[in-house]
Design a protein around this ligand. Structure first.
Ligand SMILES: *Cc1c(COP(=O)(O)O)cnc(C)c1O
Length: 375
């Protein structure tokens, strides 16, 4: 049973106070961190901060013993401020086409950085001299719930091809950078249990072939969160496969860097019904939250369960299009959903909205996006 069912009254009160609103259940975040540690034999779990960077969420995952993975210097500065005393050495920095000044500022703060091309080592040689770095490899096959979230293959801008690693190793030597780890993150939301294991085997082999100083392999994130549209992910099986794979290279530590899995279920988006209209045979339920609060349905065609929280348990009265107030025809949060008789002012809950929700919000149409509150 999702956590919010037991908190319905509190959520209705929160929505009455202000709407739209993201609400995060920190106990669920902590539970998912524990589930991961129990099921997956990783030496280090880094939370991918870009999924949800609310300060209370960051403090909860750090309190559970996780480290943090950041993709921009802005995220780094944010986490160091949000989690007082958190050592910068526990931040992994994975920039992509970031400007030199940004990378310099991040390194200055003391984080460990991932590099994904040899030219970067040559062009910015002064930045890398004497540093330990991790190298991001493109395993060559993209996985993901949508083309836009695949992060491998020639059409993807991430990583260095295995064939280019000897040149990169040479460049690193030339400039006095020590490659202490290899990394691959091959996409988000895939349902292939073997990807971590495949990455571990490939990175282990490449590390031994080209980087004698390598001590770890980072096999990425990408675990899907349960939604009404998909069967639950078998975390135990993925963990067991990773355990078997890492036995090939027992001297290499294994890191994982999940984002979505830790926070997706912990978050819901509460919105109020603005208008209900019928056009021909179609019923539209309009909300005060649109794609400027939750972009994923418009951007990826992502599925979110949607319920009328004010009338939880009421029988469906036919399908409805659940839409926002933004002037774009893609401003649809859910299509053709069985939905009860609904009226202006009802509170609607959009489920599994804790990952890639608020962090992608915008002020498009000058409309303020949903605000965040943590329980
Ligand atoms: C976004 C990202 C992740 C996390 O992906 P999830 O699908 O949220 O688990 C991990 N590693 C890198 C490099 C990322 O960019």
């Amino acid at each position: 049973m999702p956590w919010w069912r037991a908190r319905r009254d509190a959520l209705l009160a929160l929505a009455a106070d202000r709407s739209p609103r993201y609400v995060y259940d920190l106990a669920t975040v902590r539970q998912r961190a524990r589930d991961l540690r129990a099921a997956v034999p990783a030496d280090r779990v880094l939370y991918a901060v870009k999924a949800n960077d609310h300060p209370d969420v960051l403090r909860a995952v750090v309190d559970e013993g996780l480290d943090l993975e950041c993709v921009s210097v802005y995220e780094i500065e944010h986490v160091l401020e949000a989690v007082p005393g958190f050592p910068a050495e526990r931040v992994l920095y994975t920039p992509n086409f970031a400007a030199r000044a940004e990378v310099a500022r991040a390194l200055e703060l003391g984080v460990h950085a991932t590099v994904d091309n040899a030219a970067l080592l040559d062009d910015w040689a002064a930045l890398w001299a004497g540093r330990e770095i991790t190298v991001r490899v493109d395993p060559g096959v993209g996985k993901g719930h949508h083309d836009h979230v695949k992060t491998a293959g020639d059409a993807s801008k991430f990583g260095v091809s295995p064939a280019d690693l000897p040149a990169l190793a040479e460049a690193a030597r030339r400039h006095g950078a020590r490659v202490v780890g290899l990394h691959a993150h091959t996409g988000s939301g895939y349902d292939d249990l073997g990807v971590w294991a495949e990455n571990a085997r490939l990175l282990g082999r490449l590390a031994r072939a080209h980087f004698p100083e390598a001590r770890h392999v980072n096999v990425g994130g990408g675990i899907p969160a349960p939604t009404g549209a998909a069967p639950p992910y078998d975390l135990e099986a993925a963990g067991a496969a990773l355990g078997a794979a890492r036995a090939d290279h027992p001297d290499l530590a294994v890191w994982i860097e999940p984002g979505r899995f830790l926070v997706a279920e912990a978050g819901v988006l509460l919105a109020r019904v603005t208008q209900v209209k019928r056009k021909g045979a179609v019923r539209y339920v309009g909300l005060d939250a649109g794609m400027n609060s939750l972009l994923r349905p418009a951007l990826y065609g992502a599925h979110h369960d949607v319920v009328n929280l004010s009338r939880l348990g009421a029988p469906p009265a036919g399908p409805a299009e659940i839409v926002g107030p933004i002037c774009e025809s893609s401003d649809v949060l859910a299509r053709a959903r069985p939905f009860p008789e609904t009226q202006e002012g009802d509170v609607v809950l959009i489920d599994t909205a804790g990952a890639y929700g608020f962090v992608m919000a915008s002020r498009y149409n000058r409309r303020p996006p949903a605000e965040e509150v943590a329980l």
